[in-house]
Write a protein of this length. Structure first.
Length: 73
């Protein structure tokens, strides 16, 4: 009968007669469970605040007077 043995991230199937020899060299019958990293951070949550919006007309824009944004072809 074949048995699946684990060592670190590796695994392999071993015949029944060779299982004890592999167990003596560090192989195990059950895989080692990896520890989960904590994903929770202790950063404060950012809050978005809405302020006043300043409306600017085309006449108030600073820049060259020949600037035309009306999409002429």
């Amino acid at each position: 009968m074949a048995v699946k043995l684990y060592k670190g991230k590796n695994s392999k199937m071993v015949r029944g007669l060779n299982v004890q020899a592999h167990l003596d060299t560090g192989w195990t019958v059950e895989p080692v469970k990896q520890q989960q990293r904590k994903t929770k951070t202790n950063l404060p949550k950012l809050k978005l605040e809405v302020g006043e919006v300043k409306v600017v007309s085309e006449n108030d824009l600073s820049g060259p007077k020949d600037l035309n944004n009306k999409g002429e072809n």
